[in-house]
Design a protein around this ligand. Structure first.
Ligand code: FMN
Length: 364
């Protein structure tokens, strides 16, 4: 069924196809049921992120439903959690179009959307009114016209708006499409930013029984030397987990006609690098904090590779575009089998279980 829909959608401009699909899922959430398959239940795959519980580890990555308009339809696709955003304090239109490109031969996308979103007020209202109870992460960014020196105010605003309605919060300083945003990933900038965000979250949640954990989303383009040091410092500063990774600005081995477009590359070509980053983070913090893996996951074995490298949850975006909603049930079913085959009774036992990983990466 999705093959047919995809055939039609892939004839359209990529962003138009995106809006059409999201529009259908918003207006007719049950339509997802026509394309998705029921997700099998598996005790083995149940997992946690701090106090949050998930029936399986496959969620939707940030950026697909930035404004949280289609949560019900997306939940019916079988995701165990959904990350909305990136949301900025004020609405903004994003970069000029065209800004989203399908690299079909590479099973990849290049996007330079630039945090187009309807702003924090609208998303907050939607999350407050949601009937749905699967965990929702809110990915926070800064407005394009907020200078880096004042970026912390935008992130604190995000915390104040969403601490009461989000299940987890993400500090996004790793998008390549907001000028100079990635400069905030230096330790000198990011440590105080994280400390301020965590303090704001604590203040906002004083009266609540639980508080949404604060995670940091990391770029794959940081060097192998910088990542362990940064992860360690962030953990010390109070960050409670990581998302590894965002899209990449590298362009290795691509064949599609759109390969020279600027922006962030996602999908298959990102898979190995994002797994390496997961491994580097997991090792540097000795598995003390959860990692959500993101980047080029198209199958259960891709997800398993990332779990063995150290993540407890996995997000997909590009594979959802290429493979459609039935992918989630398929991945859940096959991941359960892969874990069973390797003798894991619980997925959590497989997290970071790679053997010889230090030798392989030559880290220590
Ligand atoms: C069109 C598009 C828009 C995205 N927008 C965001 C965003 O707003 N914030 C963010 O943190 N990541 C964003 N991402 C990155 C994804 O969340 C994900 O980390 C990345 O695409 C790697 O996963 P994938 O290979 O499964 O797509 C976007 C990705 C795409 C393709």
């Amino acid at each position: 069924m999705y093959k047919l829909a995809r055939g039609l959608l892939f004839r359209l401009d990529a962003e138009l196809a995106h809006h059409l699909t999201l529009g259908v899922l918003t207006r007719f959430p049950a339509a997802a049921g026509l394309m998705a398959k029921p997700v099998p239940e598996s005790k083995r795959l149940q997992t946690t992120l701090h106090h949050l519980q998930f029936p399986h580890p496959i969620g939707l990555a940030a950026g697909l439903d930035k404004d949280g308009v289609a949560l019900q339809g997306l939940a019916r696709c079988g995701f165990s959690f959904i990350e909305v955003g990136t949301v900025t304090p004020r609405p903004q239109p994003g970069n000029p179009t065209p800004r989203l490109f399908r690299l079909k031969e590479d099973e990849a996308l290049i996007n330079r959307m630039g945090f187009n979103n309807r702003g924090a007020n609208e998303l907050q209202r939607r999350l407050r009114d949601r009937p749905l109870r699967i965990p929702i992460g809110v990915n926070l960014g800064k407005n394009k016209d907020t200078p880096n020196a004042l970026a912390v105010d935008d992130y604190i605003h995000g915390v104040e708006m969403f601490a009461g309605v989000a299940d987890y919060l993400v500090i996004n300083v790793s998008s390549p499409n907001t000028p100079l945003l990635r400069d905030l990933q230096s330790e000198a900038e990011l440590i105080p930013l994280v400390q301020s965000v965590v303090a704001a979250r604590n203040k906002a949640c004083q009266q609540r029984p639980t508080a949404p954990p604060v995670l940091v989303k990391i770029a794959p383009d940081l060097s192998d030397d910088a990542i362990p040091a940064l992860a360690y410092a962030l953990a010390e500063a109070g960050c409670q987990g990581f998302i590894a990774t965002n899209t990449t600005i590298t362009r290795n081995g691509l064949i599609s006609e759109w390969k020279a477009e600027s922006g962030g590359l996602s999908g298959r070509p990102l898979r190995a690098r994002s797994t390496d980053v997961i491994r580097l983070i997991h090792q540097s913090i000795e598995g003390r904090l959860p990692i959500i893996g993101s980047g080029g996951v198209f199958s259960a074995s891709d997800a398993y590779e990332k779990i063995k490298a150290g993540c407890t949850l996995v997000e997909i975006y590009t594979a959802f575009i290429y493979k459609g909603p039935a992918l989630i049930a398929k991945m859940v079913e096959e991941l359960d089998k892969l874990l069973a085959k390797d003798g894991f009774e619980r997925m959590s036992d497989a997290v970071g279980s790679e053997s010889n990983m230090e030798k392989k990466s030559g880290l220590r």
